[in-house]
Design a protein around this ligand. Structure first.
Ligand code: SF4
Length: 77
């Protein structure tokens, strides 16, 4: 990933179960409000933690997209 990339971080609150896994492991990136997770910032410099959060979410609710290309960084299937 280019060092100057900007990632768009989103949580689909319609499927988030509010487990708090993302916010517990990566509180710098996620916070629970009204029983659901949301990203602390809609945009972020690339962080490995964001990729890990996508992997850890049991609902697949977190997406990370490259702002410049509009392609998904994860999930990438
Ligand atoms: S890990 Fe997934 S389901 Fe759990 S709070 Fe975070 S976004 Fe929601």
């Amino acid at each position: 990933m280019p060092a100057d990339s900007t990632w768009l971080v989103a949580v689909d609150r319609t499927v988030c179960l509010g487990t708090g896994v993302c916010a517990s492991v990566f509180p710098q990136h996620f916070v629970i409000t009204e029983g659901k997770s949301r990203p602390r910032a809609g945009e972020s410099l690339p962080h490995e933690e964001l990729l890990d959060a996508v992997d850890l979410c049991p609902m697949g609710a977190i997406t990370v997209t490259d702002r410049a290309t509009g392609t998904a960084v994860v999930p990438d299937d």
